[in-house]
Ligand binder design. Sequence first.
Ligand SMILES: Cc1cc2nc3c(=O)[nH]c(=O)nc-3n(C[C@H](O)[C@H](O)[C@H](O)COP(=O)(O)OP(=O)(O)OC[C@H]3O[C@@H](n4cnc5c(N)ncnc54)[C@H](O)[C@@H]3O)c2cc1C
Ligand SMILES: NC(=O)c1ccc[n+]([C@@H]2O[C@H](COP(=O)([O-])OP(=O)(O)OC[C@H]3O[C@@H](n4cnc5c(N)ncnc54)[C@H](OP(=O)(O)O)[C@@H]3O)[C@@H](O)[C@H]2O)c1
Ligand SMILES: Cc1cc2nc3c(=O)[nH]c(=O)nc-3n(C[C@H](O)[C@H](O)[C@H](O)COP(=O)(O)O)c2cc1C
Length: 685
Amino acid sequence: MGAAEAEPAAAPVEAAAEEEPLLGALDVVLLAVLLAGAIWWLMRSRRQRAEAAAAAAAAPKSYSIQPTALGAQPSDQSFVKKLRSSGRSLVVFYGSQTGTGEEFAGRLAKEGIRYRLKGMVADPEECDMEELTSLKEISNSLAVFCLATYGEGDPTDNAMEFYEWLQNGDPDLAGLNYAVFGLGNKTYEHYNEVAKYVDRRLEELGATRVYELGLGDDDANIEDDFITWKDKFWPAVCEHFGIEATGEDVSVRQYRLTENPEVAPDRVYCGEVARLHSLKNQRAPFDAKNPFLAKIIVNRELHKAGDRSCMHIEFDIEGSKMRYDSGDHLAVYPTNNEQLVNRIGELLGVDLDIIFTLTNTDEDSSKKHPFPCPCSYRTALTHYLDITSNPRTHVLKELGEYAKDPKEQEKLKSMASTSPEGKQLYNQWIIQDNRNIVHILEDLPSCKPALDHLCELLPRLQARYYSISSSPKVYANTVHVTAVLVEYETPTGRINKGVATSWLKQKQPSEPDFPLAPIYIRRSQFRLPTRHQTPIIMIGPGTGLAPFRGFIQERHIAKEEGKPVGDSILYFGCRKKSEDFIYQEELEEYVKKGVLTMHTAFSRDQPNKVYVTHLLEKNMDEIWRVIGENNGHLYVCGDAKNMARDVHNIVLKVVQEKGSMSEAEALTYVKKMEAQKRYSADVWS
Ligand SMILES: Cc1cc2nc3c(=O)[nH]c(=O)nc-3n(C[C@H](O)[C@H](O)[C@H](O)COP(=O)(O)OP(=O)(O)OC[C@H]3O[C@@H](n4cnc5c(N)ncnc54)[C@H](O)[C@@H]3O)c2cc1C
Ligand SMILES: NC(=O)c1ccc[n+]([C@@H]2O[C@H](COP(=O)([O-])OP(=O)(O)OC[C@H]3O[C@@H](n4cnc5c(N)ncnc54)[C@H](OP(=O)(O)O)[C@@H]3O)[C@@H](O)[C@H]2O)c1
Ligand SMILES: Cc1cc2nc3c(=O)[nH]c(=O)nc-3n(C[C@H](O)[C@H](O)[C@H](O)COP(=O)(O)O)c2cc1C
């Protein structure tokens, strides 16, 4: 409704009001106009809110994992009020994307009772963190932070606001007692940077560090790092506050079980991430809470020979309103292997089709259930719980309570302890021998935990991420991924199958019954330069090639359209040219057309290993020409552990030698490249 139509009605209505006819024709017109205006305004603000939410969800982040533990919006953000009203003095905040930090926070909060510090877990995103300035008003109060680092030293989504508040604000935190435990992975350049910063910054702002910063390395044994830290943390806390451990048992259940609750069958969850029936009644926008059930329309083998498998999978996203860019990630929600799920039912003698609900006994918690409830045990074990990773020590401690055989009980309790022998046993029997919960129940047959308790203890099954290997400019309605099948034998002679990749492997399309997979798109900052003329170097051995397939498709299109396109140089490596040279024909065609320059390293085709890094070292002039002389971009994708670090060192060497810089200058140069997004890494380990 335009203003020009509304305005002429105003004057006659005033006149009409003087003559006191209650509702003249013009009144009706005006009322209609006002009503229509109000409806329009309401609709517009609703649409704007929806658009803002969609934009926020799509906003690029410099890391690639989105949390799947989806808390409810709190009605009250005052954690101090909650602590006071429930007689608690310990608050454990977590910054977590994939749940480890949240789990550690929960364990610390629960253990507090042993030290007369009744604890509470809190999500900084749901709290008014400025209240840290007044936490001191609660006697013997302590704030602990379990914080993970992602990307380029970035906090997790839920800790972002808190992090920015610390960076930009200047609050007086005198009197605040705190400790920080960081979760990170040494294979990444910015190891545990968030925890290090928060620990330092809180001290700068006047807070008192009760115990030294703990750093967990996910590449080694983060559980060991955590329990080792925790073992010294608690005595330090007791000393600080002058308290003694009560020895009170902390094996209290967090959730209350209701089996066969009185609910209609259509109120029972069947694997939805959040909204009931969301997989049946699909409604955009699709995101981490509301994945799109995509058809898998292509699933073909890329390896030509050898005993490994690498899949090229195409997901149909037509009608989903999902958009993607080359360089984004596709998140897939897998389901656990049916045989493993059934095995748990068999080992514990439980009918997996029983419907149950777990309800948080802590009424102050915003997390009412550990996963969508009510559901069947089968659904929980299939869709919601991680049944294949190595269980953490607190799970073993609880399992120990159920073992009837004293030797088995002793073994479980020892592994859960912090004694050197116990830690060694945990490391050998669980980590090195790679046992999951099913293996443990098989190998310790007297241990028969209550299944609902197990469901409370196991972590949430996480979505898996794949670098999208197509360009929307060529494939607007499909998203391609390139995924290598994970399958290996463990030292106990069992075959472990990767949850997502072995599940995807089975999903072979056969028209008209296309298999389905819940997916969503995660925006990344791994982007082609905005100008096509900018030259690029792409380094992607193995599946690290994935995003570059999309990049090359895009540069090819630009060239076909007659646009000037800068050099596109690819470094690809695999084991044997005749076995795992993925997308060989496509790539060679691009080379033929002059779209691509390709350097290949076939590591196992000759007696000595040849890697992409060896080729880079030989081609230092070419690299400097691109990044130093032509302001080009350099991209690395794939293995974070060795390859990405080796590439980083070579780039530093190139800058130093070819750019005639000192080591320090070269370091600054590369840091600047990273800040300008001229050096980007999309790596995983
Ligand atoms: C940002 C990002 C992008 C990614 N892009 C891709 C991609 O493009 N293509 C791709 O294939 N993957 C990619 N991955 C990895 C992918 O997300 C999954 O981790 C991978 O597919 C394995 O998932 P899974 O569920 O099959 O295996 P899981 O069930 O998760 O099992 C994997 C775990 O098994 C263990 N493991 C694996 N191999 C062995 C072994 N030989 N010996 C002992 N233990 C072993 C390791 O602990 C490993 O973490 C990416 C990861 C991230 C974070
Ligand atoms: N977490 C998981 O479950 C999971 C799943 C899939 C992939 N990944 C990671 O993703 C990476 C890529 O996997 P992929 O199976 O596609 O690759 P891949 O086939 O194992 O490796 C690709 C090529 O890279 C070579 N290479 C090994 N070390 C290197 C180094 N430091 N620098 C340069 N090249 C090196 C390999 O050589 P050689 O093998 O002959 O030494 C091979 O020729 C893996 O390294 C792995 O870390 C992890
Ligand atoms: C894509 C990706 C990026 C990561 N980036 C970093 C990093 O820059 N620095 C670091 O120390 N750890 C990094 N990590 C490791 C995580 O911080 C570590 O696995 C941590 O345990 C995750 O905790 P969460 O489960 O609570 O999210 C990264 C992990 C992934 C999967």
